[in-house]
Design a protein around this ligand. Sequence first.
Ligand SMILES: Nc1ncnc2c1ncn2[C@@H]1O[C@H](COP(=O)(O)OP(=O)(O)OP(=O)(O)O)[C@@H](O)[C@H]1O
Ligand SMILES: [Mg+2]
Length: 534
Amino acid sequence: MPTKKKVVLSFLGTTLDAGISNKRWDRWRPTIAMVQHKAFRVDRLELLHQERFTQLAEQIKTDIEEESPKTKVNLHCIDFRDPWDFEEVYSTMFDVVKEYSFKPDTEEYYMNITTGTHVQQICSFLLTEAHFVPGRLLQLSPPKMEDRGKDAGTFSIIDLDLSRYDVIAQRFALQTQESLTFLKSGINTKNKSFNLLIEHIEKVAIASSAPMLLMGPTGAGKSQLAKRIYQLKREQRRVQGAFVEVNCATLRGDAAMSTLFGHKKGAFTGAMNDREGLLRSADGGVLFLDEIGELGSDEQAMLLRALEEKCFYPVGSDKEVYSDFQLIAGTNRDLRNDVLQQRFRDDLFARINLWSFDLPGLKQRTEDIEPNLEYELERFAEKNNLRARFNAEAKNIYLKYAKSAQAEWNANFRDLNASVTRMATLSVGGRITEEIVREEIIRLKKSWKNPSSPSGNTIELYLTEQQIEDLDLFDRMQLESVINVCLQSKTLAEAGRKLFGVTREKKANTNDTDRLSKFLRRFGLTWNSLHTIK
Ligand SMILES: Nc1ncnc2c1ncn2[C@@H]1O[C@H](COP(=O)(O)OP(=O)(O)OP(=O)(O)O)[C@@H](O)[C@H]1O
Ligand SMILES: [Mg+2]
C-alpha cells in the first residue's frame, strides 16, 4: 500500500517564526524545524496567517522551499479581528476546516499546536478531538540552547482517540464502574436488565440535561434514584444548583401554582410576600417532580412552557422569571394511558418521555433480594447502632420465601426495609433466628393478604414438609383457605362465622367455633398456634 502523504495544518508563529536577516537560521523557528525532521517528512503544509503577516508567511514559504524542496506550502490568509477571542477563532477555524477537502484515504493529517495564540491552540485541539479535523495533533519542541541552529529539536504526535491509551481507557472504565455502583447505592445487584437499565441511566445522566422520566411501582426506588442521579451530576460538575423535589400529589388548588411557579405579594388573599417557587429554586440544578401524573392541567401547561422557554410567569406577576433546570419526573402511573384518557397533556408527555426508564419491582428481580437484604441490615446498623446478622438456616428460610412466587413485595423496597427493620429489632443479641424469620414471614403474608384472592401456601408455615406431603390436594386446598380466613379474623368466633355462615343461617349447626377447632385439630393445629404473632 502506498504510504499516505503527510499534510500539516498550522498557524504561522508570528514571534517564533519571525526574522529576515541571515541570523534567522541560527534560531529555532518551529515552522522551519517542522520540515527538518528526517523521521517526519511533511509533503504539504497548509499555513494559516493573518493578512498583516503575509510578508512573514511568504518568507517562511521561501525558506521551506530552500530547506525542504519536496514540501509544498499553501498559504491561507484568514482574518481574525482578535486571535484571543474564543468564539471568533473557533467559528472561523470551524469554517476553514469545513471547507477544506480532506482525503483521509490518501493523506494523513496533523494539526500543529505549537504555534498560534493559546486560544488558537485550544480550538485546534477541540476541532481535532471532535473529528472535524480527521487527524492527530503535532507538538514541536526546541533543542537545547547550545544545539540551536544545528538541531531541529523534537516532535511528538498526539492521538486523541483516547481508547488507544490503555491507562486512560482503564481510568474511564473505573470511573464508569464507580458511577454505576454509586447509582446502585453500592449494592452489588445481579439482575441483568436492572444493571443494564442503570448503565443507560448513567450514560444519560452524564451526557444529557434533557428531562428524564422514572417510571415504576411504589417503593421501586424512583425517589432514591433521582437523588443519586443529581449527586452524580454534581460530582461530575454537570450541575451546580440545588436538588429540589416535590410530590405533585401533595399540590392542590391555588397553592399548586404558587408552590411551583412562585407568586407576587398580594397576588391572592394570604400572599403576604413574594414567593420564589420551586422551579426558580431549581435554577442551575435538578427539579424532581414525583408523581407527575398528579399535576393539574394548568400546572402541566405552565411546566411545558417553562421547560421549552426556560421562562414562566409567577402567579400575579407580569414579569417573566428565568430558570434553567433539569427535570426528573417520577410516576407509578401509566402516563401513556393517562394521555389516552386525556388526563395528561400529550405535548408535555412527549417532552418528558425522551429518556424514560422503567424501574422493575422487587418481584421482577428476586436475585437482588439477597444483596439488598445485606444493604438493609447495613442501613439498620448505621441508624440504630445495632449490627444484626442472620443465622445461616434462618437466612435460607427467609430467602426461600422472599424469592418465592407467594412473596408479593407490593411496596417493594419499602416492604423489604420494614421487614428487615422488624427482624433486626427483634433479634436477640444481634442474631436473627429461624423463629424470628418464621414469625416475620407470617407478618408479611398478613400484610399482603388480599381477601378476594387468598394466596396459597400459607400452609408451609404451620406444617412440616412430611405432613404436607401426606395431604391430599383436596385437604390441602381446604386447609389453606381455612388458615387464610383465620389469619384475617380477630377471633375464633369471627372466623367460624365467616366459614360456616350458611349452615349457621339455616340453623343446621350453630357451634361454628367448635367445628373450626375440630377441623384444625385434624391437622395438629389450634387457633393459638396460628396466631402466635399478633
Ligand atoms: N435500590 C434500592 N435498594 C434498597 N433500598 C432501596 C433502593 N431504592 C430505594 N430503596 C429504599 O426503598 C424505599 C423506597 O424508595 P423510594 O422512595 O425511592 O421509592 P419510590 O419508587 O420513589 O416510591 P413512590 O412511588 O412510592 O414514591 C426508601 O426507603 C429507599 O431508601
Ligand atoms: Mg417516590
